[in-house]
Write a protein that binds this ligand. Sequence first.
Ligand SMILES: [Zn+2]
Length: 463
Amino acid sequence: MAFINKDFRFQEKQDKHPRLRWLLFAAGCAVLGVVIANTNTESSRSDAEILVADELPAFTENKPSPETAARLSFQLTLPELQAQQKIIDDINHEPPKQWREFKVKSGDTLAALFKRAGIKPQQLDEMMKSGKAAKQLTRIYPKDILRILTDDDKNLLGLRYEIDHASYLMIERKNGVLEANTFKHEIETRTAHASGTIDSSLFLAGKEAGISQNLIMELAGIFGWDIDFVLDIRKGDSFTVVYEELYHNGEKIKDGNILTAEFVNQGNTYQAVRYTNPETNRSEYFTPDGKSMRKAFLRSPVNFTRISSGFTTRRYHPILHKFRSHKGTDYAAKRGTPIVASGDGKIVHRGRKGGYGRTIIIQHGTKYSTLYAHLNSYKRGLRVGSKVKQGQTIGFLGSSGLASGPHLHYEFRVNGVHRNPLTVKLPTSKPVPKRYRADFELMTTPLLAQLNLLTRTQVALNN
Ligand SMILES: [Zn+2]
């Protein structure tokens, strides 16, 4: 039994004003919804402090994902919901009604949940027909919580379900009829910042800096066109990041967007700033002088998120690339690690190729081609002539052909000539359009000033 509250069977002797009460409750919810929808979420906190590491989701797999954690932390608690109900009941001079909480178990169905709640099965049909919003209940997961309100005869009066960090579903009986609606949560956006120096791995440095794994991944995504996060990272590399944190009722829900960031890799400084095109409303990362951070090619064709976090200490030694006969870069990683297309293009070879073993060659426009060798297997569905997108998985790392151990051999050719994938100058994508340059300056100057202040402080602290 999942009954949380032992006193749920509080007796209601008289129910003189059920309609009035539900109207009030519904009106209350509707007003709440409207107010919430109109709330400006752009408020910010300039002197925000980052959270200590203990308060953040740990980097272990058995913990709930940040998304799940966000969902869970967003739920209106049962006492809160009951307090809300009590206010309504008090206004109507009614004994308080009790909401009950039901946790979805693995293999659970709504029918099973209704049975646990003692609700007549036909009311499940009635509920599912109570509006489009009720369809959300076809996507419930184990550990989700449904809050249910029934009357003495076990008729369903209300059901509340947290859809995600942004919205919740409310089903209410109004004038005897069930009605389903979704409402938005009020979210406050605050600004936070963090800095770190890499000792053994980027993940550990991020953890020490108190930022989530998701944020670290995003940071790597922003700089992934310039820095190869599999091979380039060195001890002493550092980063500073200014980012949003989303709050609800004073409690942190999850991280928002990275606003600006700096990464120092082997003495080279890279800076990026987020800018939203006022016309398309699309956000992208640019260098401080308005060039796109995105390139036509990724530096690294290995999905480094799938490489163990200790990649900096266990990676293939770069010295081996000095062999004159070796015209590519080797990425050692676990067998089966996904290999991604480094740029948009068309597969022109897929098959065994001598010592290369299972190999894929992608043609990108007329000038560039990339080669991926020693694959364990190919991504299903891909063949010669298939079009692939940058970052799309094309195969899995292995040791086919002449390979001493599992690794990816990657080649980058410009006009048919081999170039070093780690140093070749990559074609960039579009800069900030000229007509938005003034707006770009206006929007990004304060962020970059904050970033530069932080990085200078960081340097002073380290010296
Ligand atoms: Zn090689």
